[in-house]
Design a protein around this ligand. Structure first.
Ligand code: FAD
Length: 404
């Protein structure tokens, strides 16, 4: 197989940088160019809703790679250069200024766009989204002690933002129409415990959907469906998910179905175009995995695919999330489980739930139990048969089950 001489990566987030890193690590010696719609060197997103909002991390602390790495690895970053169209037949990309750059291989790593609040007034200037460094900077300036902050959406980013705003001394209201957000992802027990923690910490939690946002001097009023009161807020943060940034792929005629459809090597329906990270969905997989590790592993798989190397089967998806000083971790898909078992003292805030299908662990979620998750990942990936009694027995080290 002949290797490409020029590879163009569209986007400059984790998936893009991981692809470049893996290409060089696997011996690719040709041209490598990242086209980034954003300015500055690529940075990591998870700290945005954690240490960046808390004011504990500066831009240089969250860079994915130091500046010298791009020189050493001969990766050219074209900042502030949005790609406007794919020109795969002509072997190139069209940039925002209308120029066309030639390339042999394209990697789409365009990530996702946060969903705006789809109600009247949802675009009020007091309503914030959180995806980029600039979003986080703008929001941080608003999270002042005593500020009234309403967070809409109690999923991963909403919950983290609510916890940070609370830690910064804001008066926080968390609004979500779902009584136990995240239950579909991590199961009822873990999701319930996480959600209750918000009110225990002093956050006002309201189960309702937003009907409209009414502008007020210096803030807004949130009108909720079926809820008697309006919520007055200086700042609103919306965390209701992302939409995969598939525009280029769609216009270029690639197969798209809730993400750019890719095979195990991240190859799209067009052989010289790959897709990685939040924008990609593996064919046959029910959901896109919009998580940090999936973006990193996707980059590694794409590099192998591009260079014609075998791609190892990925492990079960894993993610983490931090709120109120606790860490949630989850592996696998809890919806795949037929039943769940709990591990950990009933009165403890730190516990693990393991999801079983037959005698195999297919998923696990835990609050502050990293060791359990580490072992559970291996049980899931290896498909080891287990006795559920051992899973719930705290005297049994889960790692020991791997050796049976
Ligand atoms: C606030 C926040 C907190 C998170 N916390 C966690 C966490 O705790 N745990 C976890 O597992 N995951 C977390 N995630 C998810 C994780 O960060 C993402 O899964 C990961 O960043 C996805 O990387 P990506 O490279 O696919 O996309 P992105 O990081 O979104 O990068 C895509 C890039 O492509 C650029 N782009 C798009 N279109 C074009 C174009 N046409 N031309 C040029 N450039 C373009 C965009 O501007 C962007 O820079 C978090 C995400 C956010 C936003």
């Amino acid at each position: 197989m002949t290797h490409p001489r020029r590879i163009a990566v569209v986007g400059a987030g984790l998936a893009a940088v991981s692809t470049c890193d893996a290409l060089r690590a696997q011996g690719y010696d040709g041209e490598l160019t990242l086209f980034s719609a954003e300015h500055g060197l690529p940075y990591d997103r998870p700290p945005l809703s954690k240490d960046v909002l808390l004011g504990k991390a500066r831009r240089e602390d969250v860079l994915l790679r130091p500046e010298r790495w791009y020189e050493e690895q001969r990766v050219q970053v074209r900042e502030g250069t949005r790609v406007r169209a794919l020109r795969p037949h002509e072997g190139g990309l069209e940039l925002i200024d209308g120029s066309v750059v030639g390339t042999d291989m394209i990697v789409l790593a365009t990530g996702g766009t946060p969903r705006a609040l789809p109600v009247p007034g949802g675009d009020d200037p007091a309503v914030h989204l959180l995806r980029t460094w600039e979003d986080a900077e703008r929001l941080r300036e608003r999270l002042l002690p005593g500020a009234r902050v309403a967070v809409v959406g109690a999923g991963l980013i909403g919950a983290e933002t609510a916890a940070v705003a609370h830690a910064l001394g804001c008066r926080v209201t968390l609004v979500d129409p779902v009584p136990v957000p995240l239950a579909a992802v991590v199961g009822d027990d873990i999701a319930g415990a996480l959600h209750l923690r918000h009110s225990a910490e002093g956050i006002e939690v309201i189960t309702a959907g937003v009907e409209r946002v009414e502008a007020r001097t210096g803030g807004v009023l949130l009108h909720l469906h079926g809820y008697g009161e309006v919520i007055a807020a200086d700042t609103v943060v919306v965390g209701i998910g992302i939409r995969p940034a598939t525009e280029l792929a769609e216009a270029g005629g690639l197969a798209v179905d809730d993400g750019i459809v890719v095979d195990a090597a991240q190859r799209t329906s067009r052989p010289n175009v790959f897709a990685v990270g939040d924008v990609a969905r593996r064919d046959g997989q029910r959901v896109r995995h919009e998580h940090w590790e999936a973006a990193q592993q996707g980059g590694e798989a794409a590099a192998r695919g591009i260079l014609g190397r075998p791609v190892p089967e990925p492990g079960a998806p894993w993610f983490w999330s931090d709120r109120h000083g606790s860490r949630l971790e989850a592996v696998g898909t809890m919806a795949d489980a037929e039943r769940t078992v709990r591990r950990g003292a009933p009165d403890s805030a730190a516990f693990t739930v393991l999801g079983l299908r037959g005698d195999r662990v297919v998923a696990a979620a835990a609050i502050d139990r990293a060791r359990d998750i580490k072992a559970a990942r291996r049980l899931v990936d290896r498909g080891t048969a287990v006795d559920p009694a051992h899973l719930t027995d705290e005297d049994t080290d889960l790692r020991a089950l791997l050796r049976r």
